[in-house]
Design a protein around this ligand. Structure first.
Ligand code: 6GU
Length: 228
């Protein structure tokens, strides 16, 4: 999968070069390209933002650098790219969305900052490519960089060959509407606290039933909304 990221903070994306995603890049499963939006400015201050028409607080990202950056990244792309703008006004990202995105060949992430990007950039992009606007939840971040890190990690781990044990993906999708059961490892007794006996029983049927029940109870307590 090819990933392009357009941002005024390329440094954020160094984090993708570690751990599982880093290995996926090294192995060629992910082809990551990070672009500095300021490389598409032409003034000495490398200006990317300006005051909003109509007044109000905050700054809006100017359209010209975005137009140039999108053209530079996307002109000539023949792999049906999907252009995604990060914004708290977007559709909320989910595991279902991650599964859908993991089937794409080429994602282009546009990281908004300040009060957002001039709307004409989003409209222009939609006139030329497939586009989407996404948020990662109902809270406000200073910009889309961290949101893109979240989305890339959630998508990357679904790509074939990224996760060491693909069985865990099967289990996850099987239990998609339920929280995970609690987990335990050695030692069997720690500070007087014991691992539930059933997990030591070797009885796979009882263990599966216990986990199912524990996941259900946890979901009722923490996320009753998931049970409808
Ligand atoms: Cl994608 N961007 C910003 N700025 N804030 C957010 C967000 C995105 N998702 C949740 N909050």
């Amino acid at each position: 999968m090819r990933l392009d990221v357009i941002t005024i903070f390329p440094e954020y994306f160094e984090a993708l070069r570690v751990s599982l995603v880093g290995r996926a890049i090294e192995h060629g499963i992910i082809d990551l390209h990070v672009h500095d939006l300021r490389d598409h400015t032409h003034d000495v201050h490398r200006t990317v933002d300006d005051t909003p028409y109509g007044g109000g607080a905050g700054m809006v990202m100017r359209p010209e650098p975005w137009g140039e950056a999108l053209d530079a990244v996307l002109d000539g792309a023949d792999d049906d790219p999907l252009v995604l703008f990060t914004t708290p006004a977007g559709r909320v990202f989910s595991q279902d969305a991650a599964v859908h995105l993991s089937g794409e060949r080429h994602l282009v992430f546009c990281c908004g900052r300040y009060e957002g990007i001039d709307q004409r950039v989003v409209d222009y992009a939609a006139s030329r490519w497939r586009t989407g606007e996404l948020s990662i939840g109902d809270y406000v971040l200073n910009g889309g960089e961290v949101a893109v890190l979240v989305v890339v990690e959630a998508v990357a781990r679904l790509l074939p060959g990224v996760i060491g044990n693909p069985e865990s993906l099967v289990e996850e999708s099987h239990n998609a509407r339920l929280l995970e059961h609690p987990s335990f490892t050695k030692p069997r007794v720690w500070r007087g606290l014991e691992v539930p006996e059933v997990l030591l029983s070797g009885d796979h049927g009882r263990i599966a039933a216990w986990r199912q029940q524990a996941g259900l109870e946890r979901t009722r307590r923490m996320r009753p909304d998931l049970l409808g």
